[in-house]
Design a protein around this ligand. Structure first.
Ligand SMILES: [Zn+2]
Length: 382
């Protein structure tokens, strides 16, 4: 029995205080989610239910304890350790029912957090263990997403979602996955991504897939500048033709702080960071995740050390994302509240991040303009 659609309590591991900025509950503000992994956003109880059906052993059998286990595992500071938690989530997402249920709940949880448009990324090639084909898997996720959207609308709220189909960068199926993405572009897929171990697996390895996507005009985002540095970002832009960078946080390595006083910070930008800034290539930053995976280790180990604020103040097109809500025990509202707390942002700053995300979404131009308007209206109301 599902709770009332669109008005659900957040998963039990998200028992944080209300995310307030300027006295406003951030959950009530319209938001856009660009970087959110389907296999990183499961409800703990759903993992337990689905594991039971396939006799899969879990490290914890209680939803709260399991949620806490994911958060603890993900705090290791290593991307490789962090990625191991996905062995469990993907294991329970190998059937039509499992994929559709997770996708539906994903939409409900986004809506409960005030997200009005979300792009959901996942790697179909990791969901073929129990007989599904790539197309079956995409269709199963799409059916769950559509059910979730319908449930949210029945509950009186509104949300739109699109799929980003991901190829795993260490595997050799990117051409097949690119073709899959293009095949489903009129039935829910809005773009393509590559994910997984970044260092040692450059976008150039998948050049044929990226050429195919470019020839078919399907938008691309590439995980880059998370576990590897500037060369990886260069590869994402020039081999992958990425329109957005998945995290891209290590682009800050290309920014030199010359001097700083109380009022201003004086910097020089390398050619790469200058290009990303001038061309308004969007950075899909994920504050909590970036801390957990060690992506910002060069700058420190607390949120206040994150180069998010430097990038924002310099005029880069920054967006705020969750990456994996289960692993980081977070939501977009919580990430925004954490940033506001660390850097003193007000609601105008938060609105800028949402408008940035709306403009960078892989929707057609008119839809993006509508989205910007929805955001402006929502922020005007408070
Ligand atoms: Zn990611």
């Amino acid at each position: 029995m599902s709770p009332e659609p669109g008005r659900q309590e957040p998963p039990s591991n998200l028992s944080h205080a209300a995310p307030l900025v300027d006295g406003v509950d951030v959950r009530t503000l319209p938001k856009v989610s660009l970087h959110d992994h389907l296999d990183g956003g499961l409800r703990p109880q759903t993992i337990i239910d689905l594991a039971d059906e396939i006799d899969l052993d879990l490290p914890e059998s209680d939803a709260d304890a399991l949620g806490a286990w994911f958060e603890k595992q993900s705090n290791s500071g290593s991307l490789v350790e962090y990625l191991k938690t996905f062995d469990i989530t993907t294991a329970v997402m190998q059937t039509h029912y499992g994929l559709a249920r997770v996708a539906r709940e994903f939409v409900l949880d986004l809506a409960a957090d005030g997200v009005v448009y979300g792009e959901v990324r996942w790697a179909p090639e990791q969901h073929l263990g129990r007989g599904l084909s790539l197309d079956d898997a995409v269709e199963a996720v799409q059916s769950g997403l559509e059910q979730g959207v319908a449930d949210v609308r029945n509950g009186g709220a509104d949300i739109r979602v699109g799929q980003l189909v991901t190829a795993m960068r260490h595997a050799d199926r990117a051409v097949e996955i690119a073709e899959l993405a293009v095949r489903h572009r009129d039935s829910g897929v809005v773009g393509f991504d590559i994910a997984g171990a970044e260092a040692g697996f450059p976008p150039a390895n998948h050049r044929i897939a990226f050429d195919y996507l470019a020839e078919n005009f399907l938008p691309v985002t590439v995980h880059a500048g998370e576990a590897d540095g500037l060369d990886s970002i260069r590869g994402a832009l020039f081999d992958g033709r990425a329109l957005r960078l998945g995290h891209g946080v290590r682009l800050a390595e290309d920014i030199t702080i010359e001097r700083q006083d109380d009022e201003n910070i004086y910097v020089s930008l390398g050619r790469l960071s200058q290009w990303v800034k001038d061309r308004e290539i969007t950075l899909e930053l994920s504050p909590s995740s970036n801390l957990q995976t060690g992506a910002i280790a060069a700058w420190g180990d607390e949120l206040v050390d994150h180069p998010f604020d430097l990038l924002y103040q310099l005029g880069f097109r920054v967006t705020v994302n969750t990456d994996n809500r289960l692993m980081s025990a977070t939501t977009i509202s919580r990430e925004l509240a954490l940033l506001a707390d660390a850097f003193g942002y007000d609601l105008d700053d938060l609105e800028t991040f949402q408008v940035n995300a709306a403009r960078a979404s892989f929707l057609p131009l008119e839809d993006r303009e509508d989205l910007v308007e929805t955001i402006a209206d929502g922020f005007d109301e408070v």
